[in-house]
Design a protein around this ligand. Sequence first.
Ligand code: ADP
Ligand code: MG
Length: 388
Amino acid sequence: MTDALPGIDALGDLSGSHVLVRADLNVPLEDGVITDDGRIRASVPTLKRLLDSGARLVITAHLGRPEGQPDPKYSLAPVAVRLGELLGRDVVLVGHDDSPGDAEIVLLENVRFHPGETAKDEGARDEFAKRLAGRADYYVDDAFGAVHRKHASVYDVARLLPSAAGDLVLREVEVLRRLTEEPPRPYVVVLGGSKVSDKLAVIENLLPGVDQLLVGGGMCFTFLAAQGYDVGRSLLEPDQIQACRNFLATGKVTLPVDVVVASAVSADGPTDVVSADAIPADQMGLDIGPRSVALFIERLAGAKTVFWNGPMGVFELAPFAAGTLGVASAIADLPDAFTVVGGGDSAAAIRVLGLDESRFGHISTGGGASLEYLEGKQLPGLSALAGG
Ligand code: ADP
Ligand code: MG
C-alpha cells in the first residue's frame, strides 16, 4: 500500500547536521515511574545509528494525551533520564521555546503540550511543524506507534525537510507487509481484547486471506450471542451481532467452548468455569476456559504464520489471566511459524505474564497503527515519507 519508504541512507552524509527524530517514547507511568520501557528500548537502535553517523539529535515525542497544554503529569522528564541511561549519554530536555545550546542530544518536551501538534486546522499544524523543522536539517520518523496520526510532528514536518523512515518504522512496515502479501500457510489470526467494533474493519480485511480466526477476549461474547447463546452480563455489542453472523458464516471462526465467569471484575471474588452455552444470567465472562485454550492450541498446531491481537481475558487480574497465558505460550512455542503480536495491551501482557519476548517473531510497538495498516488504510505518517 505504501510505496518504498526512503531509509536513513537516502539522506546522505549526516555528520555535523541536526536531525529531528520523531520517536515513540509513549511509555506507561505510575506516579512518575516508568512501568514498561519497551518503547524507549525500541527507539535506541535508530538513535545510536544517527549518533554514530555524526549527527546531533533533536528528538520529539509525545506522552499520553495532555490536550494541547503543558501538564507536569505528562512531562517527558523521566523518559529523558531513562533514554540517557540506555544511550550512555546526556539527554537534555528542553521546552519548545527554549534554546538547546550546543547539546548533542536534545529531547523536546511533550509535543502534545502544543495545540498545533494535533490541530485539525492544517494552518495551525503547519505553523507548528515549521517551528519543529526550523530546529534541524533533516527529519527521521521512527515513531511507528504514531504513523496513523495526521499530526504536525508525524505528517506535516515530513513535507518541510528532507525526510526518511527510521529502522524501527521500516521493520514494522516490512513485517506487516508480510502479513498482507501471501504469508506462509496455514495462517491463523487470534483476536481478543475488549470490543468487536474496534476490530471489525481488521477482521473484514484479514478474514478472506486467513485459514483460521480464533476469537477470545471481551469480543467473543458478541460472537457467542450471534450463535444464539445467552451471554449474561458479559461485554456485548448488540449492533455488531449481524456482522459477527456474517463472519461465522465463512466457517473459519473458532469460538471459546467454555468461559471463566464471575459476578464482578474483581481479583478476589468467586469465579467459575462454565460451558459457553450456559453462562448464568447474573455472571460475566472474563476469560476463556481451559477447554477453549486446548481447542485454540489445537487450531494453532502447524501454523506457519500467526497474528495475535488482544488478550483472551482480563489478564490484568490473576483469576482471568490463564487464557491469555495459555494461548500466548502456545504461539511462542510454535516450532517454525512467523509470529506477530500487535496491540499495546497484548504486548504488555507478554511482559507482565513473564513470557520471553524473543520467542515471538515480532512484537509491534504500535497497536492502533498496526491494526490500521492491516485494515488496509493509508497511514498519514507513511504517506508523507513516501512523498504522497
Ligand atoms: P490491544 O491493546 O492489545 O489491542 P485491546 O485494547 O483491544 O487490546 O483490549 C485489551 C483489554 O481487553 C484488556 O484491558 C482486557 O482487560 C480487556 N478484556 C479482555 N477480555 C475481556 C473480557 N472478557 N471482558 C472485558 N474486558 C476484557
Ligand atoms: Mg489496548
